[in-house]
Design a protein around this ligand. Structure first.
Ligand SMILES: [Zn+2]
Length: 210
């Protein structure tokens, strides 16, 4: 799905002109002409490291949440800015704070509503992780830094909770847009706690509650 959406974005830039002959262009070298060295390096193009891959796929969150998180970490989640680019209906403004434009980075990291939810999670879990906020460019930026503050034995649980929190923030955003139902920071936090309790019961969270 991420590749499909990426292709969509790429094709938005393409303009076709009638009456112009097609030409062959090798787009993997700087001059547009084929070279064996550029073809050789193409073999390794898929080796590009994505730092959030391990935290996402090794987390214990359900598959649908992990897949969603994969889109978020790639900035491919269908927030207002992406809907706008595609000409789809959207509400532009972030529904959680009502004061900034909605982008993936804003909704999940820079929005003050999200930061408040994380403040509650942080104090409940008694950890010292940095809060998401304006200092961070996106989810990857914050997540990779924050998880380093968590002891290794709890890191997988932390990753699972990060996926869950993103999922819950997204559900709250959708609830406000599509159902007109607005929940407070405390209610969203409580929803995350309830899910954690349920996930722990199902064996998805390893460390018992203290
Ligand atoms: Zn916001």
């Amino acid at each position: 799905m991420a590749q499909y959406l990426h292709l969509w974005d790429e094709l938005l830039q393409v303009r076709l002109y009638t009456g112009t002959d097609d030409t062959l262009v090798w787009c993997h070298s700087s001059y547009g002409t084929f070279s064996t060295s550029s073809a050789y390096s193409l073999f390794f193009a898929a080796n590009k490291c994505f730092p959030c891959a391990r935290p996402i796929w090794k987390s214990k969150a359900p598959a649908r949440c992990k897949f969603f998180m994969w889109l978020v970490a790639h900035g491919r989640c269908l927030t207002a800015d992406i809907l706008q680019r595609r000409g789809w209906p959207n509400s532009t403004t972030c529904q959680l704070c009502q004061s900034e434009d909605e982008t993936c980075a804003h909704l999940f990291i820079q929005c003050r509503f999200t930061t408040k939810v994380w403040r509650k999670i942080r104090s409940w879990a008694s950890t010292r992780i940095p809060l998401p906020g304006q200092n961070f460019a996106n989810t990857e930026d914050w997540w990779l830094l924050a998880r380093k503050q968590v002891p290794k034995v709890r890191r997988r649980d932390f990753d699972t909770v990060v996926v869950l929190a993103h999922w819950r923030i997204w559900k709250e955003r959708n609830s406000r847009i599509f159902e007109g139902a607005k929940h407070s920071v405390q209610e969203v936090f409580q929803g995350i706690r309830d899910d954690i309790a349920m996930w722990r019961h199902a064996g998805l969270i390893a460390v018992p509650e203290e």
